[in-house]
Structures are given as C-alpha cells and as structure tokens.
Ligand binder design. Structure first.
Ligand code: NAP
Length: 470
C-alpha cells in the first residue's frame, strides 16, 4: 500500500485509498500507517461495500455496524481530506466535518432507473457512476453535470465501461469536480478506467477546457485502438488545444442524432472531427453533408471533419495503405494481389491497388455481400480459399478481414498456412497485435510480411492534415 501510494503521488492530485481492498484484519494497521505517512498529496478514504463495487466479499451494504466502525476509526485520522461514503449510508459529512464529503452512487448493472434521485442528496460532492453499454446512455449522466453547474453544486459524473470513457476524459473541462484514474492497467477499480499516466500525458485532462476541439474514434470496439495515442501525441506536439477520445458506438444512428448532428444533438461536446472504423465506415456516409471524390469512389469514409456545423467525409485509408506496400514490394503495376475481405478497408485497398496498376482478386466469405464491390470495381470475386493451391498464381496477399485482431479472434488466421506457399508478400491490415497469426505463418514460410501499423500511421497523418489544414 505504501509503495502504491508513492507511485500514485507522481501522477495524482488526490490519492484514493480503497480500504475495501484490504482484509478486515488489516484495517486498523492500515489506518495507523496512513496516519503516520508523510505524503504531499491528500488522501481520499473509501470503504465500498460489495454491492457498490467494493472488493471485500465480507463487506456488504447491510453491515452498517462494520461500515460505521471503519469511519469512526478513520475519523481519528487527520490525513483524510476527502471521504467517500455511499448514498445508502451517507456518513461522510457527519463524521468528517473538515473534510470534503463525497456521497457516491455506483450502478454496475446499468439497471438503476433514476440516478437523479441520488443527486438530490445533500453533500459537498455527489459522485454518480453508472455502467453503460451504449454511448448515448451517457447523455443522462452528462446532463446531471450541466444541471449541477447551473445550481452551483459539485458532481463527479462517470459513465463506466468503454462506451463511457469519454466522460472520464472530458469531465474536468466541463466542470466535474474530479476524475478517477487507475494506477496502472492491472489495478483499475472500475470498468473503462484509464491509467493516471495516460490521463495526464496522453489526454492532458487538466489542460482541456470548453474551447478544446474534440476529435474521436467512432468504432464498434475502441478498447484496443492505438489512434488516441497517435492523434493526441500529434496535438500535443503542435500545441493545439485539441483532444482525441475513444467513442465506442453500437447504434450509429442514435449516436449521430443525439450527440453529433447540430439540429438534434442533446449535448454540446465541441466535436471537430472523427476517425471512423469498423463497422461504421459505410453507414456514416448518410449523415454527412459532403463527401470528397476519393471517399465517394471508394464508397467508405474513415475521416469526418466538422466545420461550421457541416460534416465532411474523406478517406485516408487508400493513401495509408498503398505507400508501405509500395515501399516493401516495389512497383505494383501488374502485381497479382489476392485481397481477403470486402468491407470498408477492402474498398480503399481496391481503389489504391487499381490506381497503382495491380491485378486484384477479392476473396470473401459472403459472395452476395462482396458482389457489390466486385461489380463496382470490375474485379474478380472468389470464395475465401480453403484448398492449399488456390493462391498459387498470386504475388501478394492482403488481409482486410478482422480475423486475428486483438479480442475474440486473436491467434486465428483467415487462411490456412499451407495456402500461403508461393506468395512473395503477405500484408495484414491488422495492427493490434502487431504480429498476427497470419504474419507469423507467412514468416515461417520465408515470405516477406507487412503489418498494419505503418498504414495506421500513414492514414492518421493524412487525417491530421485534413483536420488542422496543415
Ligand atoms: P468491415 O467493413 O467490417 O469489413 C470486414 C470484412 O471482413 C467484411 O468483408 C467481412 O465479411 C469480413 N469478415 C469479417 N469477419 C470474417 C471472418 N470471420 N471470416 C472471413 N471474413 C470475415 O471492416 P473494415 O473497416 O474493412 O476493417 C477490416 C480490418 O482492417 C480490421 O481488422 C481493421 O482493424 C483493419 N484496418 C486497419 C487499418 C490500418 O490502418 N492498419 C485501417 C482500416 C482497417 P462479411 O461482409 O461477410 O461480414
């Protein structure tokens, strides 16, 4: 505990001590240690029951005696500048007259009807943390922030889970009392928590304000995206008042209507642009005011720029895709390319490969779906190869399916290893993990490999140019 406090004091302004992470027998000693500890950062004492997200199975909400006993012992400890007690036992202000009393409410199932009822409790600060699955569910929690600000009260509103990550990042800029962060990736105490180091160094949460331009990545799963690291580093380097946040979206229509489009949105987040990724690259097009020629020809948008209330669509994938391939393979004219997948990224690949003079064939699992791209671009279409000799006449294999990506299909390959024999280069657009099963198989067969990281950097650099007119 002492060493963790030392680590935390490097990043945090306030260090939360989660006494519910200790066994009952350790509590007295821990309180005594903290009382003697010299630390320049103030402490926040929390003793959370299991039902509210606590870590001690022997500490349940109904055990008021145990909860009261902890707070009365902790009261004697002068170090607690902040005290968190739950809405069902709001003891913080009664016991700690000189501390900031936080009354907290945690809903890990997302089933509580009305966090607003908790909002009515009297406290120095209200903390409301609700688990969400759909990004638009965070609007209700965000609205409480607007309301408290108007009433001159203090709140910490948190939408927990990947879809709510943006609330942790943008909260301070919009007047939230504080935001929570994990010491490291392993020690997070709630879903969607970001590390304190990333909060400070990547998202620069304390430098953000209402003028900050907000960009983000709209995707079905943003948990492993590297884009926030790339774009926030670029904004930091150029000194721009801008931040880039993960926006995990399932229902694109709800998100666009309720959080983005000027005529219908319910929150003002100062969005200036988006990266768009799987599975929304085509669906996003219907919400845009203008789409540039390349994106229209490709039939997919991976970049949105918002300017004076209008949404403009672009595609930087083609540019990001072709340059690393040209560098690794050389002249692509007449190169025979087998392209696996026929989704948004495949469209950019087809566009760029055709422009480079390559001879492309699409391989897809669902020929009906892939037929559109094949017909539009006038290139051959085949079922995904299952036999080992189907790729004998190809020089390059490009994987534009998500098979092998970090998450559910990590460690899988879209194609049997034996099918790769005879190829000169295998290009996997996946960048997380950097070395997919497909690339390892190819390398084992002595085939040149190219991962998706260079493409990611290339398309991101082109996005920065569009957003910042640089
Ligand atoms: P998408 O629009 O959803 O398209 C995915 C394609 O893969 C579809 O044709 C889909 O077929 C096919 N597919 C999905 N699961 C499959 C499976 N289990 N077996 C065979 N085929 C399958 O996605 P996207 O935007 O094109 O992205 C595809 C991949 O490229 C992702 O891994 C993404 O991370 C990567 N990517 C990387 C970069 C980069 O900068 N490195 C840029 C863009 C994309 P159905 O139509 O039958 O579902």
């Amino acid at each position: 505990m002492i060493s963790e406090i030392e680590k935390a004091s490097e990043f945090a302004d306030v260090i939360e001590l989660r006494f519910d992470c200790l066994d009952d027998v350790e509590l007295d000693k821990a309180i005594a240690i903290v009382a003697d500890l010299k630390c320049e950062k103030p402490f926040l004492a929390t003793y959370r029951p299991l039902e509210q997200g606590g870590n001690n199975p022997a500490l349940v909400s109904d055990d008021l005696h145990k909860r009261e006993s902890f707070f009365s012992k902790a009261r004697k400890n002068a170090n607690f500048k902040f005290v968190d007690s739950e809405f069902d036992f709001p003891i913080a202000k009664t016991y700690f007259k000189n501390s900031v009393g936080i009354i907290s409410f945690h809903d890990f199932t997302g089933s509580a009807d009305d966090p607003e009822a908790i909002y009515l409790q009297k406290a120095d600060v209200i903390k409301i943390a609700v688990q969400i699955d759909e990004i638009t569910e965070s609007i209700k929690i965000w609205k409480l922030l607007e309301k408290t600000k108007k009433e001159g009260r203090e709140i910490i509103p948190i939408a927990m889970g990947e879809a709510g990550k943006w609330t942790r990042i943008l909260g301070l800029a919009h007047g939230a009392y504080m935001t929570y962060a994990a010491l490291d990736d392993e020690s997070g105490t709630a879903p969607g928590q970001i590390t304190a180091k990333d909060m400070r160094d990547v998202y620069r949460v304390k430098e953000l304000n209402l003028e900050t331009e907000v960009y983000g990545i709209i995707g079905g799963n943003t948990a492993f995206s590297q884009s926030p690291y790339i774009h926030n580093a670029a904004f930091k380097e150029s000194g721009r008042n801008a931040v880039y946040v993960p926006l995990q979206v399932n229902n694109l229509d709800e998100f666009m209507r309720r959080m983005v489009l000027p005529a219908t949105r319910e929150v003002e987040l100062n969005f200036h642009g988006f990266s768009v990724t799987i599975p929304h690259k085509q669906a996003i097009m219907q919400y845009l005011d203008e789409i540039d020629e390349t994106a229209r020809a490709i039939g997919a948008v991976n970049t949105v720029k918002i300017c004076e209330g209008k949404l403009f669509g672009y595609n930087t994938d083609a540019e990001g895709f072709i340059e690393p391939l040209r560098k690794a393979f050389g002249d692509l004219s007449n190169a025979r390319v087998a392209l696996l997948g026929a989704g948004g990224a495949a469209r950019a690949c087809v566009y760029a490969l055709k422009k480079a003079g390559a001879d492309v064939t699409i391989f897809a699992r669902n020929l009906d779906k892939a037929k559109l791209l094949s017909d539009e671009s006038g290139i051959a279409l085949n079922q995904l190869p299952t036999a080992s000799n189907q790729l004998l006449n190809f020089d390059i294999l490009v994987n534009s399916t998500p098979v092998g990506m970090k998450g559910k299909s990590e460690g899988e390959s879209p194609i049997h290893k034996a099918s790769l024999e005879g190829l000169k280069l295998v290009y996997d657009l996946i960048y997380a993990p950097e070395k997919t099963k497909l690339l390892s198989d190819a390398a084992e067969l002595g085939i040149k490999t190219l991962g998706g990281m260079e493409m990611l950097l290339g398309q991101a650099a082109a996005q920065q140019k569009l957003w910042t007119n640089s």
